[in-house]
Design a protein around this ligand. Structure first.
Ligand SMILES: [Zn+2]
Length: 198
């Protein structure tokens, strides 16, 4: 998102200054102390198992043939498990029978953090206005897109001994598994002004 230019608390112009490891937009007016931390937002994602298949849905705003997991933002005063069940109900009318954590994934492109659940669901599918189309895919036939929620699908399939096949959304071609082990050496690089001061 665009950085704030003015303090949402007192209206003064924000300064760009080093604070807790990074440059932040912060208010230096006496007694205010507002800081735009710009932390990632948690997003809930559901790998929905329904009648033995996995449910993918297409958002009205997306190109044809682009299907994805059901996702949504957490609400205040909500556990992630209840949040993912609420999103699924709102978007597909399905009822959650169980929700178990698959993993947590970066989605830096949108400054989000994906919390992915395997959701067993039942009921009758009725899509919300947000979604225009869905498909049910046999888990062993699933092809996986190279982005945050795709990695959740890959981990889900891998743990069940099912084939993990990624594809490139732009070309439709199969691609090698893009998952990489985490390089913890990058921790120091994320401390922006700490490096600059060396
Ligand atoms: Zn202020």
């Amino acid at each position: 998102m665009e950085p704030y230019r003015f303090c949402p608390r007192c209206g003064a112009q924000l300064e760009h200054l080093p604070l807790s490891g990074r440059y932040r937009h912060a208010c230096v007016q006496d007694g205010c102390g507002f800081v735009h931390w710009d932390n990632p937002l948690p997003v809930l994602a559901a790998v929905v198992e329904y009648e033995g298949k996995l449910l993918l849905a297409r958002n009205a705003a997306w190109p044809e043939k682009m299907f994805a997991l059901v996702t949504g933002f957490m609400e205040r005063d909500e556990t992630p498990e209840l949040g993912v069940a609420r999103e699924l109900k709102e978007e597909t009318n399905l009822d959650t029978v169980s929700a178990s954590l698959i993993g947590v994934y970066e989605f830096m492109r949108k400054n989000e953090l994906i919390i992915a659940y395997h959701v067993r669901a039942e009921g009758e599918i009725r899509l919300s206005e947000e979604l225009v189309e869905y498909k049910l895919v046999a888990p062993e036939k699933m092809r996986i897109w190279n982005a945050g929620t795709g990695f959740a699908v890959a981990d889900f399939l891998e743990r069940r001994g099912l084939p993990v096949q990624f594809f490139d959304r732009a070309t439709g071609e199969n691609i090698p598994d893009p998952r990489r082990p985490t390089d913890f050496g990058l921790v120091s690089a994320s401390l922006q002004y700490g490096i600059a001061q060396k």
